[in-house]
Design a protein around this ligand. Sequence first.
Ligand code: NCD
Ligand code: ZN
Length: 345
Amino acid sequence: MTESLTIRRPDDWHLHLRDGAMLEGVLPWTARHFARAIVMPNLVPPVVTGAEAAAYRERILAALPDGMTFEPLMTLYLTEDTDPEDVAAAAESGLVKAVKLYPAGATTNSASGVRDFDKVRPVLERMAEIGLPLCVHGEVTRREIDIFDREAVFIDEVLDPIRRATPGLRVVMEHITTAEAAAYAAEGDETLAATITVQHLMLDRNDMLVGGMRPHLYCLPILKRGTHRPKLVEAATGGSPRFFLGTDSAPHPTHAKEAECCAAGCFTAPVALSCLAEIFDEADALDRLEAFTSLNGPAFYGVPVNEERITLTRGAPIDIPAKIETGAGPVSVFNPGRPVHWRVT
Ligand code: NCD
Ligand code: ZN
């Protein structure tokens, strides 16, 4: 049995860092293990322009404790008023690495997202020209579509038409949760990739709902029927360059999770790598962990791989803290509800 594994330092290709006191509280948990992260722009108000992304980047770097290194890879929040030339300038200066598409109303802080996809056509065309990736929250939001079907319907109704209408557009299907999304990404060409979270690789909707509702497992896209999870594990561990890690670590204060209307998001940053090693170990695919965490993402985004290494070691189950303290209140840490034997050493 493998007891220790050394890999290139991972990156997180989908992360929520928030702002202010919450940013200060959660950033060290990511910077401990990850060299870089694609930082989501769904602040209130959202990060829409290049100037706003530059200012947010400065706030992130200012919140980084002395002695830690971390490179935030900035994104812009696509709105129906986004200026294609502002996007192009922010990308060409190297500041912005992707644009994020939220269908309006799909998830936390997505009210300024896109309602009419024709309105963002000029931005998408400009992005295809310059090779700037579009990160997509792939869920339709129509009332009549069941929450468990929203991802699969989005692929047919929105994603596939956008890709056909915009040849060359580089697209990341973010936090995929279904067999349908895994199959669509696997069949795509080199302009397509998909990220997968830790919670979707480890859990299904039974874990969240049977025996009582567990708000700390509630995120969007929601955990699906158990038949989907093995397909995601297959995608992550199968060696395809199309798939890489995006934790979607999404901190909310514990009181907002344990509420009558619980906020969507799992705070996985502290345990993400331990959990992933457990999943890859179970799948007998530890030799492919590095591709998923540290190689496939840089290849898609066209950035160099990290030179530094980290080592994971197998041993007694790790202690997962119930909460971390932040200036914005305690934040409950994701716990998969079963032993995790790998630690970053
Ligand atoms: C994210 C958040 O809290 O910002 N929540 C989540 O459940 N994943 C938003 C998102 O990525 O959908
Ligand atoms: Zn997210």
